[in-house]
Design a protein around this ligand. Structure first.
Ligand code: NAD
Ligand code: LMR
Length: 336
């Protein structure tokens, strides 16, 4: 039985993501959790003629039953940006939403793979890991920040100026994190084949780094990317299921992971000085099979990675401190 839980399933991402996951033959039970409307979304999706069972779970009291027995939990719960906001501005609201969902995972499905979509990913992933560490159930191979949308955008945007670049089958590695300057697409991987000019590299890099802003601006107050994110989230979830359930070898996706304790992670931790970093990861039966080493970077990419590292340090620290401070504030009661 492969149970996949979507937390935030009634939202702009949650609904189309659940629709895409309903197509998967690897999922036998799709559990949709939200604080509102998940029952309706589940009833609707349950009429689709694929084999998986769909259940809806509404409100905090239904969270335990939603998570019980989960193989994978995907988290797009929380508020999206409006024009003029940064992803970091979402921290105030989303940090505690993600922390509480992580705690519930620790309590009810401690071995589940956890895929974090909620922003700011550079801080929410450390929040999840810290909660699991405190609960003594942390396995770094099982927690992922979903940065696949940056990879999807990279392929699409490159195709727009280099039509010979097939966007579906060609994957561009995107390292760093998931916000503005922390998003570093490694376009030099395709330099020989595509002969980018320096101006093309500059324009493409900027567009990939700030692609989220294009959507936020176009939606004009009605949220951020939902449909492309659902597509990207389903792509990552499906890759993880192919590797972990079907045992498919050689599947690689860029994703933001905890480096310590992960195969190949120590090399990246030494190279970046960071505890978390988005990098190409080979997926396996237990989740992370290997964090690949950073490939050779162009001079421009080296400078971009350096800038990203500076910003990531603050983002990561913010997530880690949030959990530590909450534990401190709880005081002696936390020991009961
Ligand atoms: P949305 O407001 O449309 O949906 C969010 C859903 O979360 C809502 O249905 C809401 O009821 C639910 N929710 C709120 N608190 C909850 C809780 N405690 N438990 C369960 N569900 C809860 O927002 P959206 O457009 O779907 O975006 C969701 C998040 O995903 C945002 O933080 C956004 O910034 C982020 N996002 C990330 C990426 C990425 O690349 N990782 C891309 C796009 C959006
Ligand atoms: C994106 O990259 O589209 C998401 O992170 C949403 C956002 O706030 O831009």
């Amino acid at each position: 039985m492969v149970k996949v839980v979507v937390c935030g399933a009634a939202g702009g991402i949650g609904q189309p993501l659940s629709l895409l996951l309903k197509q998967s033959d690897l999922i036998s039970h799709l559990a949709l959790y939200d604080i509102v409307n998940a029952a309706g979304v589940a009833a609707d999706l349950s009429h689709i003629n694929t084999a998986s069972r769909v259940t809806g779970h509404v409100g905090k009291e239904a969270l335990a039953e939603a998570l019980q027995g989960a193989h994978t939990v995907v988290i797009p719960a929380g508020v999206p940006r409006r024009p003029g906001m940064t992803r970091d501005d979402l921290f105030k609201v989303n940090a505690s939403i993600v922390r509480d969902l992580a705690q519930a995972c620790a309590d009810h499905c401690p071995r589940a793979f956890i895929l974090v979509i909620s922003n700011p990913v550079n801080s929410t992933v450390p929040i999840v890991c810290e909660v699991l560490k405190k609960a003594k159930v942390f396995d770094p191979r099982r927690v992922f920040g979903v940065t696949t949308l940056d990879v999807v955008r990279s392929s699409r945007f490159v195709h727009e100026i280099k039509p010979q670049f097939e966007p579906r089958s060609n994957r561009i590695t995107v390292v760093g994190g998931h916000s503005g300057a922390t998003i570093v697409p490694l376009l030099s991987q395709f330099q020989q084949r595509l002969s980018f000019t320096p101006e093309e590299i500059k324009t493409l890099t900027h567009r990939i780094q700030y692609g989220g802003d294009e959507v936020v601006k176009a939606k004009d107050g009605a949220g951020s990317a939902t449909l492309s994110m659902a597509y990207a989230g389903a792509r990552f979830t499906n890759a993880l299921l192919e590797a972990s359930v079907r045992g498919k070898q050689g599947l690689v996706e860029s994703t933001f992971v905890h480096l310590g304790g992960n195969p190949g992670g120590e090399w990246n931790a030494r190279a970046t000085g960071l505890e978390y970093f988005a990098q190409d990861v080979e997926l396996g039966v237990e989740g992370v099979k290997n964090v690949l080493a950073l490939p050779d970077l162009s001079a421009e990419e080296q400078a971009l990675v350096k800038t990203a590292i500076g910003e990531l340090q603050g983002n990561i620290k913010k997530g880690v401190s949030f959990v530590a401070e909450a534990a401190g504030a709880a005081g002696p009661a936390a020991k009961l």
